[in-house]
Ligand binder design. Sequence first.
Ligand code: C2E
Ligand code: CA
Ligand code: CA
Length: 707
Amino acid sequence: MDRIEGAVGDISLSDLKQLAENVPVMLAVFDAASLRCVYANERYAALSDRSAAQTVGEPFESIVGSATFSKIKHHIDRAIVRGESVSYTRTIEMPGGELRHLDVSFAPDASNGVGRLYVLISDVTRHRAAEIALEQSVERLRKFMAASEEGIAFHIDGVITDVNHALTQMLGYSADEFIGKTTLAFVPTEEHQRVSAVIKSGVETAYESRAIHKVRGSIPVEYTVRNMVWAGIFQRMVIVRDLSERKSSEQRIRFLALHDALSGLPNRASLDEHLAELVAADSNRKFATLFIDVDQLKRVNDSLGHAAGDALLSQLSKRLSQQCEAASAPQHEAWLARIGGDEFVITYLMRDYVDLHRFVDSIMQCFDAPIPVEHRDIRVSASVGITVYPKDGTTPSQLLKNADAAMYVAKADGRDTVRFFDESLARRADLVLETSQALAIAVQGDQFRLFFQPLLSADGKELLGAEALLRWQHPVRGLLAPDEFIQIAEEGHLIVTIGQWVLAEALRHVKLWKSLGWHNARVSVNLSSNEFSEAGFVASVSQALADAELDGTHLELEFTERMLMDDKGETRNSLEELKATGIGLSIDDFGTGFSSFSRLRAMPIDTLKIDQSFVADLPESHSALAVVTALLQLGRGLSIDVLAEGVENESQRECLELLGCAMMQGYLFAKPMSGEEFCAWMQAHRLRYPYAGPRVRHHHRRALSGR
Ligand code: C2E
Ligand code: CA
Ligand code: CA
């Protein structure tokens, strides 16, 4: 009676037993009336740590233990009394202490009159663990979503199923407004294609795009997309990061990187970008590149300080950019950048050359009116070099380089000048570069020569001095005059070293001349403004005199008007110091600058040298006559000697003598000569050597004017 007998269908009883032993289920059969075990497989028996043989015949209660029995009794009753199938889940503790989750089913059967209770138990411990893990991860994800500052949305095939709080904050919609909508409803149209491509591809990726904020409209975001399979459903998790702030700080950084801090104008880097765009845009569109250099900025910085220089620059920037704005129309646009201390560049989309010239004039006008800086009006001028695309260059760097070269020539040609680039300028620019490199070598090597040109009385019989004129014995180009290298030396700051050499060499010759009988020999040395403004200049001159064991009366220094008019007290102090050592001071090229006479009167000057351009036009030119006459009168009025430079012929000399000019210099008497030639010339001419230094009457002048 505890055996199942007979065959079932095609399988035998032993088949069934075999099966019952091998299914991963615990099986038992109880007698419904007695609740004793009729059959149990080994798995079932093992639950209560027995064998199947030990289990069969035992009462239910003793198999499961009375505590458990009372807990499940109602399930048993339901199955037996009501004849219902009952399922429940139970967690039991195994003898080893391990917890197991069991799905228990009771199935009653009274079909053959013998009441049976079938018990089927499956161990779902592993499933349950997975379920718990899932529940926990859902919980974790929920917490993570809630805590995340980044917006998170889930969508299935592009339809939003869940969003977190951060996303509602970020985009201004409530969760309800999100859920059920398509993701694309929150993406601006222009980004639809990209976003749907990503959704369709199903790849895990991160990319920058945009989202629509309920109020603010389109904002920059980064989407990070991850795939998840959730309860068997493929879902996409999208993390949304708001880039607005990063974008705006990026923009700020980009602005700073592309703009000049002082003027707020585009800088060199953005000029390069802009030019590249212009060149790339359309090769038929002519545009001009104006390279503008502010001539006197260094002077302003040196004499008034950098704050003043900065103020000047920012005012000038304003003027230029206003002018560019005014000149800009769709057809001809002007674009301004500041690319260096005193350098601006304007690109101008031009219609034709007439149009360009008009524009250039309007830019030059920016320099006409004085600029008020720190309660004074400062006048500056500009040297401008211009290239036109594509004629003068087809790349940004060519256009700029050539415009720079043209600017350089404009500057060399006397500042306040506009120069268009042409090929000869390119050669000249190359020459400049080459020269400055060669000069650096010349300074060290022994390539400089000093020539001398006598200064004489009007009758040519008295030797009043000699002007030292520099020559460069260039190894390839031969003997070069200063015009070919002085300016370049000034820019490369080599002039200071060269000047020191000139001074020492000049004084060496003075000693030689003295030994040849010119006892009060005087040499005139030309100065460049860079030398004079160098700190310690006065001391270095004194040192040179001391080294040569000469006193100041043997030396005269030639300044230009510009050098003297530039500043306030400092120049005068330096001049007074030089003067105190007996050195003579003269103003070179007089009449070409803009000396204010009141300023001139205050300077301790001994000699004015009338510029050779006036002398050249004598005696025919009335205006030259007028100027020379006026300068001679000025000299007499201020008790300053006046010398005429560049006297080339007898009629000039005669005219000057008649006008009362007592000192002359020029080819008529002698050209500049090498040191030896000069000595030979001196000895060949029977000259008188009167004292020609600073006149005693200057001291009278001071005494008379009460100073
Ligand atoms: P500068 O001081 O005006 O010198 C006079 C220039 O006129 C010299 O040119 C001289 O050779 C030239 N000259 C003299 N007599 C006549 C004449 O009758 N007719 C004509 N047409 N020219 C005459 P150079 O030697 O070429 O010097 C040019 C300039 O270079 C000088 O002009 C001076 O400003 C500068 N320079 C010369 N030597 C030095 C130097 O050692 N240091 C500095 N810083 N500048 C120098
Ligand atoms: Ca001179
Ligand atoms: Ca001169």
